[in-house]
Design a protein around this ligand. Structure first.
Ligand code: BGC
Length: 926
């Protein structure tokens, strides 16, 4: 026994004490704390016991250094059972830890038969389905203008449901399992349950509907009890996505719940959703996630979820038949109110409206306290930006994007209003009808996102880059509300391309592993039979017809490839191999679809081609159909132009890239022959690409910065032509005045490609550029999140009808962590890491730290003249290689180290903290 080493941060399936999971082989992880250096685990011992204290798994001592994702290997875990687990470890210094403090793991309802409850539906007017429209209709202005009043007059109100039950004995344990059609909130005996918003989360409901498990032991009284549910349209019925279409999953609100109460005397009571529930409309006229809500405080029903409330007027509910086949337990984080922000400024506009500026673009809603006469009607409109004259400006186009709430006051002294079933993307709130000046202490912005741990940060000596990093984190937090979205106002859709681009950055800033694992389940469940992966997931009922009408295709290069790239990032950053196994079939189906398309189709322009060699190589080129291409290239004013001009080359690059990744994944999963087949395919595609698209001067047939970047990054260029291609790219950037002209798909690789090809000076110039388009242009123009378009506010001050909160272009964050601060993953999950900071970048200091699955890994350097001090911290049970190039006088904790013959130092270190000192001899070119 010893006390120098201990296990900490015990998790199961990435959660502390998970409640109600349905993973039959959950995985255990821990970190190791030690005051020693060079600590490696040599063995572990896990014991799992059930509620009776019976051991269901005794791993015994397992000699291994594995301390993350250890799969349960005991007797089958049982429904609704709470298990307790402990671990101890041994290390390479001969230490054996104490047993950890016991942790819990509780299973949910593991099979359909466990559900005794039936779906119930309150009496309601069925939701009205809206007309189908295309994307073109939205942007061509062809949509019929309808007032908000007209559009909302048919919306149905949220519902309240309640049921009484009596418990006459002492409660030992009570669990509530629950889900809904729509989004819900729960109350028991007048008390709200936990800080959970928008349960049951947004998933592909028809095939995947999550139920949540609540510990309600302390909520139940001896005697009469009341259970209350509030239900609103949410994503199930409400208007969602770009086209603002309703009823994508159904048109009726419903509830499925089961309350299981174990009593001290060993008996059990089960209360289910049944005909004993009654329902009523609450104070809302409607509540729609996108449009907003209308709330009349005069209709509030005080104590509606208490037993003594008189519900004589409430109406009976009906049982409804739905299959339970789509149910699964909540996996990963729920949405919560995560932060609050006070206003920065409040001012009046000429018409008497008050504009509240919260100083930060967010996703969420506001809470206001007020004392106003009864019947006062107040309007709250939300927007991300003011116009060029400083006036309130609705920056979002499209159908049903109002983000407007109506409130009628009851006239109480200091009444509080916070909408329940809506969220908005905003920084500014325009308040109309509030009779007195609003005081800053009376209004607050409530920030909502999925409850994930912030795991990383990057800071440096340039405050503008620090703001950029904060903007990236803000765009991440506020676009990770239930699913990874493009933006939290206009579409709020799980665009596969956006997260594909952003996932590496996301995985530095936050622990996104369970969040993206859940979303990937929907991506594969919604894969089309021919292997296509949807452009956004969850898709909804109109996906196929709208995509065909709008684009002619159901998938796009660089978007569908998310099924390969996102699991790969999760494997690399978190060391999770199961994510590769789970998605492998979907990956191969996607690549087969691409392959078949490439092999069977040729572009119209080649229909009369006679050159047999050229015709023959077409089968390796994915050069037909619509793709979003290198989406949103700044110099092309129409996004569709950037799609059409780049799609052919972009698609083929992604085809090659995915084939290579799939080869690597196949090797990891032990499928060597398949790996060889994909490797061979990758080579053929690359060869065909070069022959078809790159001329003898290294010029590509549709020259944009992005195509050169992708061609270099994805090795579509032979070694002999590489310098020529690099030259073309450098030339284009120079001609563009060292400003960005890259779209969504190429930007993640821009800085890496330049730095790898010896153009790091060019990369630094792009990084510090302040003219439009550039990252710091946005920062210097007051951005608090990442904009959809670099010129969302143009240099002449014109404010665009764009989203001001799209994380895609924030993917440079990954490079800041990796290249400037120098933290790179080595073996998956940072079991090993490579610390290679670039102290020649023009900054005088930079620091990054990330909370890996093994613990804190950090790299921080400061530079005075040319003397650099680098502090590296490596978590226990991992090692790191510190790589320094072109440095002299290198010392490690005071001891002199020698460079190799290439002026490169590679020094392996174990866990602990280290100080390197050296001279950086790089002299920037003027
Ligand atoms: C979304 C994107 C998305 C794109 C497809 C847009 O409307 O906001 O972020 O990836 O469409 O090109």
């Amino acid at each position: 026994m010893c006390c120098k080493v201990k296990v900490d941060n015990l998790k199961v399936e990435n959660q502390v004490n998970p409640m109600g999971i349905d993973i039959l082989k959950p995985r255990f992880s821990w970190t190791i704390l030690s005051s020693n250096h060079n600590v490696l685990q040599t063995a572990y011992h896990i014991i799992v016991t059930d509620e009776q204290g019976i051991k269901v798994w005794n791993s015994n001592k397992v000699e291994t250094d594995q301390s993350v994702w250890i799969e349960y290997n005991g007797s089958p875990l049982q429904s609704r059972t709470r298990y307790s687990w402990q671990v101890k470890i041994w290390d390479n210094h001969g230490n054996e830890t104490d047993w950890s403090v016991p942790q819990n793991l509780e299973m949910g309802l593991l099979c359909k038969e466990d559900w005794l409850a039936a779906w119930i539906e309150p009496e309601q007017q069925e939701a009205v389905e809206e007309a189908e429209i295309t994307v073109q209709d939205i942007f061509s202005g062809a949509l019929k203008e309808e007032s908000l009043e007209e559009r909302t007059k048919n919306l149905h109100p949220p519902k309240r449901l309640r049921r009484l039950f009596t418990i006459n004995k002492t409660v030992k344990k009570a669990r509530l399992y629950m889900t809904s059609h729509g989004i819900y909130k729960l109350e028991l005996n007048g008390r709200k349950l936990e800080n959970i918003e928008f349960a049951p989360d947004f998933t592909a409901y028809n095939v995947h509907l999550q139920y949540q498990t609540y510990d309600v032991t302390g909520y139940i009284n001896k005697g009469e009890n009341a259970l209350g549910v509030e239900l609103a349209d949410g994503w199930y019925i409400g208007r969602i996505q770009l086209t603002g279409h309703s009823c994508q999953y159904g048109n009726k609100l419903g509830v499925l719940l089961q309350l299981e109460i174990e009593l001290e005397d060993g008996t059990k009571e089960i209360i289910t959703s049944d005909e004993q529930f009654v329902s009523s409309s609450g104070p809302w006229q409607y509540a729609d996630l996108f449009i907003g809500e209308s709330y009349d405080a005069r209709l509030e029903q005080e104590n509606w979820s208490c037993a003594e409330y008189d519900a004589a007027e409430w109406t009976p509910v009906k049982r409804a038949e739905y299959s339970l086949g789509n149910l699964s337990a909540q996996y990963g984080p729920v949405v919560k109110a995560m932060e609050e922000i006070a206003p920065r400024e409040i001012h009046y506009e000429e018409d008497g409206a008050q504009i509240i500026d919260f100083g930060q673009v967010i996703a969420g809603r506001m809470r206001i306290q007020m004392t106003v006469p009864r019947d006062t009607r107040i309007i709250f409109e939300h927007s991300e930006v003011l116009d060029e004259n400083g006036k309130f400006f609705m920056n979002i186009m499209g159908r049903n994007k109002d983000q407007t709430n109506f409130y009628v006051a009851k006239g109480d002294d200091r009444e509080t209003y916070e909408p329940s079933f809506v969220f908005h993307g905003f920084r500014y709130v325009r308040v109309t009808g509030h009779p007195t000046p609003i005081q800053t202490e009376d209004i607050t912005a409530v920030v909502l996102y999925s409850d994930m741990e912030m795991t990383g940060n990057f800071t440096c000596s340039d405050e503008r880059l620090n703001r950029l990093q904060q903007n990236i984190q803000w765009s991440q937090k506020t676009n990770m509300l239930s699913i990874p979205t493009d933006c939290p106002q206009r579409e709020r859709a799980g665009w596969t391309g956006d997260i594909q681009v952003f996932a590496p950055t996301a995985a530095y800033n936050m622990d996104v592993s369970s969040f993206l694992t859940r979303w990937l389940k929907d991506v594969r469940l919604e894969q089309f039979p021919d292997g296509q992966i949807a452009n956004y997931v969850p898709t909804g009922k109109y996906y196929v017809s709208e995509s065909k009408a709008s684009f002619g295709n159901l998938s796009s290069a660089g978007w569908g490839d998310a099924i390969i790239i996102v699991p790969w990032v999760l494997y690399e950053r978190y060391g999770d191999t199961r994510i590769l196994e789970e998605n492998y079939t979907a990956m191969t189906k996607w690549l087969n679809y691409v392959r078949q398309t490439a092999e069977s189709e040729i572009p119209d322009s080649l229909k009369d081609e006679q050159d047999a060699v050229r015709l023959n190589r077409q089968k390796y080129l994915w050069n037909t159909g619509f793709h979003f291409g290198d989406w949103l290239i700044p110099s092309m004013k129409d996004p569709i132009e950037s799609a059409l001009k780049t799609k052919e080359l972009v698609a083929t690059c992604f085809y090659a890239n995915s084939a290579l990744l799939l080869a690597k994944i196949s090797i990891i999963l032990g499928k060597k022959e398949t790996a060889a087949m994909y490797e061979e395919l990758n080579q053929q595609i690359r060869k065909a690409f070069e022959e078809e698209y790159i001329d003898k001067n290294g010029r590509v047939s549709s020259p944009t910065q992005g195509i050169y970047i992708l061609a270099l990054q994805m090795n579509m260029v032979s070694d002999s032509k590489r310098p020529l291609v690099v030259n073309q790219l450098a030339q284009l950037i120079k001609e563009n005045g060292y400003k960005l002209d890259t779209g969504f798909l190429s930007i993640p690789y821009l800085m890496d490609v330049l730095c790898k090809e010896g153009e790091h000076e060019t990369a630094y110039r792009l990084l510090f550029q302040t003219q439009c388009p550039s990252w710091l242009y946005e920062v210097e123009n007051g951005a608090t999140t990442i904009w959809e378009s670099w010129s969302a506010i143009a240099p002449d001050g014109t404010v665009g009808y764009m989203s001001f909160n799209h994380y895609a272009f924030g993917c440079v964050g990954d490079w800041l962590y990796r290249y400037i601060a120098g933290i790179n993953p080595g073996e998956p999950g940072y079991k090993t890491s490579i610390i290679e900071p670039h102290t020649d970048c023009g900054l005088t200091s930079a620091a990054a730290e990330i909370n890996t699955k093994y613990g804190k890994l950090s790299s921080s350097w400061t530079k005075t003249d040319n003397l650099v001090t680098l502090i590296v911290e490596v978590p226990a049970n991992t090692t790191a290689t510190v790589v320094l190039s072109h440095k002299s006088n290198i010392r490690l904790n005071g001891t002199v180290l020698e460079n190799d013959e290439n002026e490169r130092l590679q020094n392996q270190i174990g866990s602990g903290s280290y100080q390197f000192d050296f001279a950086d001899n790089y002299v920037p070119q003027s």
